[in-house]
Design a protein. Structure first.
Length: 548
């Protein structure tokens, strides 16, 4: 059991040359390990640009068509979903991509850097590989520095891919394209530095990723509230690293100076990470790890009890974070009612009916399902980390068995999804009820959020199936989540065919409280989730356990 070091080593926090010995070798090793992951991430950003550069001119041929979508983004709800709204009064395709869809590039960059840095820092310590590497001629700061160098190279590749694709495919200006790519990379580096710090503070990779993810969620909420308040954002927007990157306003203001803010955050958090790394033992954490009871409870000796103990912190933090967000978004219902007469018709296309309040609240339920899917995928990736670290192999040497281990973890993750969605729906309903004075929103939104659970379970089932068959391909599940977000938010605006919409599991469920619940899609999705889970259990029993 690891414990936090109580005394500081009498060394400087600044890395000296000897402390960086082996950085080049470790960097090459990390790049070798991620030779598929990192190019896939960069290619994913490029594919996103290609899709938008091709789809937008097809969907919005005339200036009037383009102005109709911009009208949506100019309104408070639109700004909550996209950003401060720069350049939307004089629309172009380049401005729509950079200032309308740019937020989603930033969120993907944040997720990419959290996974990358945790994988090469805290997860390596947890597995014991960092101790083996440290037994060689390797400096104290080499591993952390190599991980940050890999993050720097990866974000640099994103700049090149995004800018080159925008210029080559979209025919957009070089300056604005470079600025857009740089804003994504700068935010990614800020999250990389922050994750490097949480990796020093936390006792495990799950906690490190959870803290960094919570910070990303807080940045989203601050930016959303600030951008909803007025066009261009207010003080809250400037408190969010997401807001800093969006304040560059590519193809409109073309401001480079706001990028100094996320880069400064990256430097500060990186320096703090180095400082904290000198004040703890390898494998220990700066957050004190208190000794547990002398004897474990009876439940901890069961697969289900162990799975609950491991996932409990993540479930609690995700529930709290989404519940707070739900209260904020629910409270915005009052502002939506005040502005309903001035909103453009395009909101009907997004929210699905002339009842904009019900449509908005229904979309919030789906949006929270997207976030709950992130929790589900991370839970499967945590199982994969347990396997590659060797802990899973030790666990499977007991009478638990593979099926017991997998099914127990899936059961706890499923229960976590139910708790997260139920509490978030209740919180959103309370926020909307307080804002509008209609207490019926509490029950309606709780049911609306519960209605979205089957779609989340399908995502969980797909991730579990990949874990059972091709564990290295688990990150591919993020594509399903990202696709769901894109088609659920912008699919109808882009006039995507019905088949393209049907690929997303989130598109089949009734959007309550806009429409009444439909039981058939619920049953079908639950059956699909159960089938993929059963197949995952079967295939996991037949494959080899791997430790890399």
């Amino acid at each position: 059991m690891t414990t936090a070091s109580t005394t500081a080593r009498p060394t400087s926090a600044a890395p000296w040359p000897d402390d960086l010995t082996g950085v080049t070798t470790l960097t090459r090793f990390m790049l070798r390990r991620d030779r598929v992951r990192l190019p896939a991430w960069a290619a994913g950003f490029g594919a996103f640009v290609v899709y938008l550069a091709v789809a937008l001119p097809t969907a919005y041929v005339t200036t009037d068509d383009l102005d109709s979508i911009m009208a949506m983004f100019r309104d408070p709800v639109g700004r909550m979903l996209t950003g401060p709204g720069y350049g939307l009064d004089d629309p172009t395709y380049a401005r729509l991509i950079a200032n309308g869809y740019g937020l989603y590039f930033l969120l993907l960059a944040g997720l990419m850097n959290i996974l990358l840095v945790v994988r090469h820092t805290r997860a390596e310590e947890q597995s014991g590989r960092a101790e083996l590497v440290g037994a060689n001629v390797v400096g104290r700061y080499a591993a952390l520095t190599a991980a940050l160098v890999v993050a720097l190279l990866t974000n640099g590749a994103v700049v090149v891919v995004v800018a080159a694709t925008m210029v080559a495919v979209g025919g957009f200006g070089i300056g604005g394209s470079l600025l857009f790519g740089a804003s994504i990379a700068a935010f990614g580096l800020a999250i990389a530095g922050l994750t490097a710090l949480t990796a020093q503070l936390s006792e495990g990779s799950r906690a490190a990723a959870g803290l960094a993810g919570a910070a990303l969620g807080a940045a989203f909420v601050l930016r959303a509230v600030g951008d909803m308040a007025r066009s261009g954002g207010n003080a809250l927007s400037w408190l969010s690293p997401l807001g800093w990157s969006q304040q560059t306003a590519p193809f409109v203001l073309d401001r480079w100076w706001p990028l100094a803010l996320p880069l400064a955050l990256a430097v500060v958090t990186t320096v703090a990470a180095y400082a904290q790394s000198t004040r703890r033992d390898l494998g220990a954490s700066r957050f004190a790890v208190h000794a547990g009871p002398a004897r474990a409870t009876a439940s901890l000796g069961t697969p289900l009890g162990l799975a609950w103990r491991l996932q409990r912190p993540a479930i609690v933090w995700w529930t709290v974070a989404l519940a707070v967000s739900g209260v904020v978004f629910g409270a915005f219902a009052d502002s939506l009612l005040d502005a309903v007469g001035d909103m453009p018709d395009v909101f009907i296309e997004v929210f699905g009916a002339e009842d904009l309040l019900a449509g908005y609240l229904a979309y919030m339920a789906v949006f929270m399902a997207y976030l709950a899917s992130t929790f589900a995928v991370l839970a499967i990736q945590a199982m994969r980390n347990d396997e590659t670290s060797g802990r899973g192999e030790a666990l499977l040497a007991t009478p638990i068995g593979r099926r017991g281990w997998l099914v127990s973890n899936l059961a706890v993750t499923t229960a976590g999804v139910v708790v997260i969605m139920a509490v978030t729906g209740l919180a959103t309903g309370i926020g909307a009820a307080v804002a509008t004075g209609d207490a019926a929103h509490v029950g309606e939104l709780t049911l609306a959020h519960l209605n979205q659970i089957p779609a989340v379970l399908v995502v969980l089932g797909v991730a579990a199936l990949l874990f059972g068959t091709r564990p290295r391909a688990i990150p591919a599940t993020w594509a399903l989540v990202a696709y769901g977000v894109l088609v659920g938010t912008f699919g109808r605006l882009l006039d995507l065919p019905g088949l393209a919409l049907d690929i997303s599991p989130f598109e089949h469920l009734a959007r309550m409280p806009l429409v009444a619940v439909e039981l058939l899609p619920v049953v079908v999705l639950i059956a699909l989730a159960a089938a993929t889970t059963a197949l995952a259990s079967l295939t996991f029993r037949r494959r080899d356990i791997t430790v890399s």
